[in-house]
Structure formats: structure tokens, C-alpha cells
Design a binder for this molecule. Structure first.
Ligand SMILES: [Zn+2]
Ligand SMILES: [Zn+2]
Length: 119
């Protein structure tokens, strides 16, 4: 028979492990530890400028896709939960479906291990 106290301690351990910042915050999508904490909001504005040089209409279609999490962006300090790789992959695929040429420019500029995962 487990006492309530023991049960509660056990739950607290699970909870602290789950929320533990020491283990590093993981991306909600790929579950990898976020090593380049740049939020989708910051990336989005950079991507819009880059894509806008080629196709302003396509640039306006890029979705900021803000997901908050346990990591703070190194640029704006905003909470983020989606890593730069996953976000840029989403945007890359969106651009690629419209314009392969811009997609190639995009991958050269925002290469968050995209080339490896797309290979
Ligand atoms: Zn990810
Ligand atoms: Zn940011």
C-alpha cells in the first residue's frame, strides 16, 4: 500500500522531469532539443523580407505559426515551442510548391539542417 505522500512525491518527480529546464526544451514537432532558439515570429519576418525580394505575393502567404513553449527566443525573448528547423521546413515546403527557384534561394539562406532532412 503506497501512502498518499509517497504517491504525491512520485507525481512531483514526474512533473519536474517533464517540465525540467535542465534537460533542455524540446520542439513540439520533432521532439529534438531546441539548439537554435529563434522563434517563428523572428524567422518569419526575415523570411518575408527574403521571399519578398523575389515574390511579394508569396511572401505575404507565409504563416508565422507561433507556438509557445519553454524556450525563449534569443532575438526577441518570446516563448517558443517549435524549433527553427521545423518552422523553416514548413515554410520551405510551402514555397517549393509555388516556386522551386525561390525555394532553392530560401534553403541557401535559412539552412537549419534542411538539406540533410530533404535529401
Ligand atoms: Zn522541431
Ligand atoms: Zn523571436
Amino acid at each position: 500500500m503506497v501512502s498518499h505522500k509517497e504517491l504525491r512525491n512520485g507525481l512531483e518527480i514526474i512533473r519536474s522531469e517533464h517540465n525540467g529546464h535542465s534537460a533542455g526544451s524540446r520542439c513540439v514537432d520533432c521532439q529534438d532539443i531546441i539548439t537554435q532558439p529563434i522563434c517563428s515570429h523572428c524567422l518569419h519576418s526575415q523570411m518575408k523580407v527574403m521571399v519578398g525580394e523575389f515574390d511579394p505575393e508569396l511572401a505575404s502567404e507565409i504563416d508565422p505559426c507561433e507556438i509557445s513553449g519553454d524556450t525563449n527566443c534569443i532575438q526577441c525573448g518570446k516563448e517558443m515551442g517549435l524549433c527553427a528547423h521545423c518552422y523553416s521546413k514548413d515554410v520551405y515546403l510551402q514555397i517549393k510548391s509555388k516556386n522551386e527557384n525561390i525555394a532553392a534561394q530560401f534553403i541557401a539562406r535559412f539552412d537549419f539542417d534542411l538539406r540533410e532532412s530533404m535529401a
